[in-house]
Design a protein around this ligand. Sequence first.
Ligand code: ADP
Length: 263
Amino acid sequence: MIEVRNLYYAYKGEQYVLKGINFSMGEEIVALVGPNGSGKSTFAKHLNGLLKPTRGDVIIDGEDTRDRTVAELSRKVGYVFQNPEHMFFEESVFKEVAFGPKNLGKSEEEIEELVSWALKSVGLEGYEKRAPYSLSGGEKQRLAIACVLSMKPKYLVLDEPTTGLDAKAEKSVVKTIKELKKNGHGILLITHDMDLVLELAERVVLFYKGEKLYDGSVKEFFEISLEEYSLETPELLKLARKFNVGFVKSLDELMVAVSGDGT
Ligand code: ADP
């Protein structure tokens, strides 16, 4: 369980950019949304201890992040940064994924096992010898996920995991995220992509100017007037409204609702 209690944070000498955030999550997919500068990344960096609260507490599976190092916390919360390809530096996919467990002092045998498990989890088995830079956009994103997965974290923070990807690559990443959730991971998905929220999220949290304005179901989230927060209503929901249909999650659902009987 991730528990955040009355979290305030100010960068050195600045005003508070997080103001009294209360939040908890378990093994679920939570989308964290909000305009640029609303505090999403600052918040997420508290979950793996990159930042420590100015006031309030962040508790990961019962442990206060103040009492743990980033290395220790990375075994609980894996953070996949935006544009992860800038972070690859090894000559092979195997070595890239092995880097984390190696630093944790795992044996050769354990490393082999962790790498092959992590690559399998993201659908990249057989890619061990490939050079990271030679992978496609979607493959690079999945490799980045494998790199944090190899530390066996229970929770994952994914920062804009589909930005800049084409439709096919996006599908492969979406499939991977669904698999991770099925396998018992809790996922915090930071995104501007409302289609992705509609497709993947089980719950949505909206930040605005450092405060949590909404935390609840996906259906009710899309009833908020999103344009006020520089967020776009998905085309699918705009279309559903034109047909006077309530909330739908896919084109198939919309077709069924419009035709009445699914034919
Ligand atoms: P988001 O992820 O929602 O775009 P951020 O958490 O990046 O928001 O930023 C929240 C606020 O904190 C912004 O006003 C931003 O300018 C400020 N901020 C972010 N990083 C730093 C930093 N390293 N030093 C000072 N201010 C920062």
